[in-house]
Ligand binder design. Structure first.
Ligand code: HXC
Length: 290
């Protein structure tokens, strides 16, 4: 899809994307860069970061990387310092680093639960906290936390990730409240099923067959999303078009999280409904004739 945004809409801005070396994080970085931002990616694996940076530069994007782990606060300070050193400022922070796997809660170890919360929730706090001064100095700082819809209700085998993402959404609201007066907007983006991501591979292993069909059947729009759908939501929230939006987590899931099984088949709705109405017209509450 050709972007509906002007290619210079983020010109002059500097963005840091955690987990930007692969998957959705990479596409977010790429789209921010294609819309004019200078970009810094962070992650744990140097080779992944090197390859991603080279690929971004091939597209004409001014890109660099800082290796680090969002679970360690000093690492987060180094990421922010790296961006400011390289480009002189920081305007946009996207917290995309995440970890996940399928697990039964009764089998999941305490350390497994902690690990996911540390990467997702503590990591989001750590980098946001480390970036505060630079985002404040930007005069128009933006934080975008990549969330999920797992915790809207509950999701099988995802107790750990649901807890982590629920806490992230809460943090999004709290930081929007606390940092608004510094000109910092804090929002979230909650992806649904997105094609070709680690999330889909891990949560629907072997997707492509029956599991894939089952996943698509739950999406009212009738198809999975693309990484670009999440990335362009981030461009919107980073751009002046989102200037009065803060504290909101935008769901980008084709309405998947609203899915409910139909109790009455669609084709039968009118006849069933008229039948029920007919009965209730004859006999009202308490048996009185209507
Ligand atoms: C149960 C598991 C497990 C699994 C690890 N653990 N994998 N428990 N089932 N499949 C447990 C380990 O046994 C260990 O506990 C603890 O978790 C830490 O594991 P480590 O391997 O030491 O951790 P680490 O090397 O830091 O790796 C973190 C990770 C890993 C989360 C486990 O998968 C990772 O780095 N992932 C990053 C990439 C990723 O997952 N991306 C997908 C994000 S998708 P014990 O007790 O044995 O010590 C996403 C989307 C959400 O977030 C929404 C989708 C719609």
């Amino acid at each position: 899809m050709a972007s509906p945004f002007r290619p210079d809409v983020l010109k002059g801005k500097v963005a840091l994307v955690t987990g930007g070396g692969s998957g959705i994080g990479f596409e977010i970085t790429r789209q921010l860069g294609l819309h004019g931002a200078k970009v810094v990616i962070s992650g744990r694996r140097k080779e992944v970061l090197e390859n991603a940076t080279a690929s971004l530069r091939n597209e004409g994007i001014d890109a660099s990387f800082v290796q680090g782990d969002v679970r360690k606060y000093e690492s987060c300070e180094a990421m922010v310092a790296g961006a400011v050193k390289q480009y002189g400022r920081l305007d946009i922070l996207v917290n995309c680093a995440a970890g996940n796997f399928l697990a039964l809660p009764e089998e999941l170890s305490s350390n497994g639960f902690r690990t996911v919360l540390e990467i997702d929730t503590l990591g989001t706090f750590n980098v946001s906290r480390a970036a505060f001064a630079a985002l404040r100095d930007s005069g128009a700082g933006r934080v975008i936390n990549i969330s999920a819809t797992l915790h809207h209700g509950a999701t099988w085998f995802q107790a750990h990730a649901s807890a982590a993402k629920a806490a992230i959404d809460s943090l999004t609201r709290s930081l929007a409240l606390e940092w608004g007066s510094f000109g910092i907007r804090v929002n979230g983006v909650a992806p649904g099923p997105i094609r070709g991501t680690a999330g889909m591979e891990k949560l629907a292993p072997g997707a492509g067959g029956a599991l894939n069909d089952a996943a698509v059947a739950r999406i009212p729009l009738g198809h999975m999303g693309e990484k670009e759908d999440i990335a362009l939501a981030c461009v919107y929230l980073s751009s002046p078009a989102g200037r009065f939006v803060s504290g909101h987590t935008m769901v980008v899931d084709g309405a998947e999280s609203l899915h409910k099984e139909q109790i009455v088949p669609r084709a039968m709705v009118s006849s069933v409904s008229r039948g029920v109405e007919g009965k209730s017209r004859k006999v009202g509450i308490g048996g009185s004739k209507l």
